[in-house]
Ligand binder design. Structure first.
Ligand SMILES: C[C@@H](Nc1nc2c(c3cc(-c4cn[nH]c4)ccc13)C(=O)N=C/C2=C\CC1CC1)C(C)(C)C
Length: 326
């Protein structure tokens, strides 16, 4: 049975009252497919309703031939393996099961009906401090969980931070994630994970990294020595907090190359109205040396997050009404 396979069993009993479990694998015909929610580089995410339970899902459809032709099989496996590791946190999109037909692979996932955080931010222009604090805290809590499970996201950005029907965070798009502690194929078998929670975890592990994230959120270490580590996600987190309050990312230039030049030169500045306490936090995250970025436990304790109830309470409370930073 494939891990996390789509099964639902009906408990029947035989003549002697012994239970017979019948495995029913769900397939395409069990769903009504709706609108397209998002297009990835080699996948489409559609809204879908389970015809039997009427529950709504997002289904990521991948074209098998295209994946093989584009040599993306590795990324599909990384995404599935990552999602199968990140199953019990409210801030991560959940993969319920997968199935396939002759043409496609299907991932059945949480539907984040609030859409992308980027879309909401564009409508609001900016978030006020209270909203930035709440969404920043939920994103940080989700990053902490990913890192505790040995996963580096590597492409965190407002497009990948989705919102559910309660306007709570659901992080998505793990095709470019890095799972720590997996023996990279070509290494001499040396474990490359230090103690869990080490922000430098993953540094120096995948030399020939062929992947670079989205220009505005790429960390300097990925540009200079081609290595992403856990602290790379904290650099992206700093960029997201800046963008929520300022309405634009800290490093943005006319083209990608100029954006990269600004990043490695730490060439950014705060708008005058940027709150001092947020300047201090962002200033401790947008640090060129990954080892010198504020570790997660100290971010949680930073004055900017004063009043945040970490843990379950953060995910039970009502999301604040969205207000702009004026
Ligand atoms: C980032 C991603 N976009 C999206 N990925 C997912 C969505 C999603 C939903 C809306 C949306 C909902 N309402 N209005 C818009 C807009 C974009 C979405 C969802 O609900 N559930 C799982 C998803 C992804 C799961 C993936 C880990 C496997 C790209 C652009 C790559 C397709």
């Amino acid at each position: 049975k494939e891990k996390g396979a789509a099964v639902s069993t009906r408990q029947d009993v035989d003549a002697n009252g012994r239970p017979i479990s019948r495995i029913i694998k769900k397939g395409v015909k069990d769903f009504n497919f709706g609108r397209t929610l998002g297009e990835g580089s080699y996948s489409t995410v559609l809204a879908a309703t389970d015809r039997q339970t009427l529950r709504e899902y997002a289904i990521k459809v991948l074209d098998k031939r295209h994946i093989i032709k584009e040599k993306k099989v590795k990324y599909v496996n990384i995404e599935r393996d990552t999602l199968n590791r990140l199953t019990d946190h409210p801030g991560i999109v959940r993969l319920y099961y997968t199935f396939q037909d002759e043409r496609s692979l299907y991932f059945v996932l949480d539907l984040a009906s609030g859409g992308e955080l980027l879309g909401v931010l564009k409508k609001m222009a900016t978030f006020d401090e209270e909203c930035t604090r709440f969404y920043g805290a939920q994103i940080l809590d989700s990053i902490a969980y990913m890192h505790s499970r040995g996963v580096i996201h590597r492409d965190l950005k407002p497009e990948n931070v989705l919102l559910d029907d309660q306007m709570h965070v659901k992080i998505t798009d793990f095709g470019t994630a890095k799972i720590l502690g997996l023996r990279p194929p070509q290494r001499d078998g040396v474990e490359d994970t230090a103690a869990a929670g080490d922000p430098m975890d993953g540094a120096g592990s995948d030399r020939a990294v062929s992947f670079v994230g989205t220009a505005e959120y790429v960390s300097p270490e990925l540009l200079t020595d081609k290595n992403a580590c856990k602290a790379s996600d904290l650099w992206a987190f700093g960029c997201i907090v800046y963008q929520l309050l300022a309405g634009r990312p800290p490093f943005k230039a006319g083209n990608e190359y100029q954006t990269f030049q600004k990043i490695v030169a730490l060439d950014y500045s705060f708008p005058d109205s940027f709150p001092e306490v947020a300047k201090d936090l962002v200033g401790r995250l947008l640090v060129l040396d990954p080892a010198k970025r504020l570790p997660i436990e100290q971010i949680r304790g930073h004055p900017f997050f004063e009043g945040i109830q970490w843990g379950k309470g953060l995910w039970k409370q009502k999301a604040p009404r969205l207000k702009s930073f004026v």
